[in-house]
Design a protein around this ligand. Sequence first.
Ligand code: F6P
Length: 353
Amino acid sequence: MRIGILTGGGDCPGLNAVIRGAVRAIEVDRDGTAIGFHDGWRGVLEDRWEPLDVDRCRGILPRGGTILGSSRDQPYTRADGLERVKAAVDQHGLDAIVAVGGEGTMGVAKDLHRDGIPVVGVPKTIDNDISCTEMTFGFQTAVQICTDAIDRLHTTAESHDRILVVEVMGRHVGHIAVWAGLAGGATITLVPEVPFDLDDVARRITARHHRGRWATIVVVAEGARPVPGTVELAPRPFDAYGHEVLGGIGQLVASELSQRTGIETRTTILGYVQRGGSPVAFDRVLGSWFGVAAVDAVADRAFGDMVALQSAKIVRVPVAEAVGELKSVSAELLRAASLFHPPRPPADPVSEG
Ligand code: F6P
């Protein structure tokens, strides 16, 4: 067996665990060989790669990022993209390409499978928004980083009796925000799934502060949006791949809350810190397990499938199913988180000063 591995999209703690797991499984379990394409699909298109073996993977398990590099390049944006992918598979004598990535990479895997390329998907994202898998590796690490930050922010918020707004990642969904908000004891968590009303948030916070010296932590996912028509959002730039460049909603929330409540407010944007550094144990295990399972899928010629975590087992699902719709935070978890929000006051204490 010979497999080509690539890592695409935004990086994520645990990618190296997948590479290491897959290489180990190929070498010791299947008596095969592996190559790693550099910088996601770009390496396939440009034929940039390196041989991968157990020796090359020594020491990479606790390292964040990806030893192969990553990019958001996609074969179908080039006229000869599919031909180049076919040529790479033939030239290197590959049984399959194992594509480790998020929404974009899995979308490409689906289309390549339709076009006859043997490909197996491994889901990756700190946002945890890929359907058909209960968890993606990288998510738990990001949640832990955010929780540690929130723990630290509590003490400085308390010392100054301030509102501290913490912006976390979560482009389309609020898994990181809800988990870190719950784990860190946030006062209020704002997520893309539920448009927020800043008047309502301000009333709840003001009432809480009126009851005594209560510092407030507001966690906001970068993709969270106000109820349409309530607050003007500045237009955002787009990156080279047509994705909106997010970041900054925390500042807007902070300045609006400061005006509405009169309470001193500050913002912390955690940004790429959430994606960097060493994976927590869970992500190392899930990444390793996904890597091994992806090789099993290739051995079974389960092309067009993605490995996934369901009920504490690794299963295979058609990648086409996984890319249909993003996985939102469940209504049950959103409800649980909302129970920790301060109650809505009966009157309007904002106008009382
Ligand atoms: O990996 C997902 C994610 O972390 C999103 O939450 C974020 O919006 C995006 O990546 C930013 O990625 P980049 O700036 O690397 O394109």
